[in-house]
Write a protein that binds this ligand. Sequence first.
Ligand code: HEM
Length: 436
Amino acid sequence: MTENNTNNQRFRRSLIWHLRPTHVPERAIRFTHTFGLGGMALVLVFLLVFTGILMVFSYEPSPERAWQSIAAFQEDVLFGSLIRGVHFWSANLLLPVTLLHLLRVFLTGGFHGRRCSNWLLGLGVLACVLLSGFTGYLLPWDQTAYWAITICTEMLGLVPGVGPGLRSAILGGSEIGSATIINFYALHVVLTPMLLFALLSWHFWQIRKAGGVVSPTGPFDNVREAHRTVPLVPNLVIKEVVVALVLIALVLVLAIIFAAPLGEPANPGISPNPAKAPWYFLGFQELLIHFDATFAILVIPLLAAAALIAIPFIRYEGEISGNWFLTPKGRRMAQAAAVAALVVVPLWIVVDDRIIGPDGWLPGTARLVSNGLLPFALMLIGASAFYLALRKSFNASRNEAVQSLFVLFFVAFVVLTVAGAWFRGPGMMLVWPWQM
Ligand code: HEM
């Protein structure tokens, strides 16, 4: 038996072999095929768990002690400020990286057929990431944290029917206090990490079962090039290690240059102006300015979640997958959708703010109609017209048209978030960021 064969056998018997294949398609491991986004999300999760465990030793989950315990951790513990900084930046990068990964999977058609269940699992992972970020936000117990969670739970309380009950269950009472911080702490350090690890293990097993990530389908110079496989070690592993190291370096640099903020201790009597939700919920806070609460907090988010779940179940003409934007035409259509969202959404924000005003689109009627049903119907009509026009003018398949619609809504939500983060000042009025 040659030395090579012995090595191969040893490798096959190891645990790693059960997690990873020995060989991978050469065309699927090009960096620009996945940009390593799933791996980056995993690295960030590990950084969060590692630094989180270190902080648990000194954090005290009570309104009286939480802020002081964090301040003391930063000042008295060796590398305390750095550890908190790494936790802060990893958390703030995890959501965008996860969303970009979702976008990559979607735009390369990585959700068809046997990957369908993994898409659904991924959505569960996304919900967990959001819950983890949200529950962690309150823990520093400074003004920003206190009022951001106040805004969010007030938004939740506006949901007709279940809203108030859900709000008091989360708060552990009628307002934010010691029960809330304990609820959030337990969810943040026990429940969400456990759920995340369970879901992620399943996620990776499903990737393995599906034979790895979707492979690009070409164009290739010849059949051999299209089907060539290469050993996992070193070809893919070296790329993964480089991506992980660069990411860790970036997080460290960010943590050193921009320390995690810790504002004044929470003061329930003084509300900052503007009081804003955590940045990843600012899109919803912005929606709340333009739509009645039933639509902003219930109908639109539920429809968005239903659409994400429905993606693999839509009947497409074929399971086109593997190449970015599916086809060159798909790419042009997606670009058109992105430009449309970049033009229409800011216009909508300004027109609604400056011309339509708080009484809505049909003053004199119920708010639910004037600020809810009517603008919502207008939005749906606009999106449907856009979908049909794209399909017709590009002579596009359903795959390509659905993809463009997804890009339209994705970019629209990013624009809403940017507007909420940088273009809203005192009283949530529209302002130029440099005037704030
Ligand atoms: C913490 C969050 C997540 C982590 C750590 C993670 C990790 C990964 C990794 C490492 C891969 C393979 C390589 C790559 O694509 O970069 C992958 C593939 C995949 N992920 Fe995720 N993922 C996460 C969230 C999500 C979300 C939110 C979705 C979608 C809703 C999703 C759906 C998928 C699917 C369907 C695949 C297989 C795609 C294909 O075959 O091309 N993942 N994930």
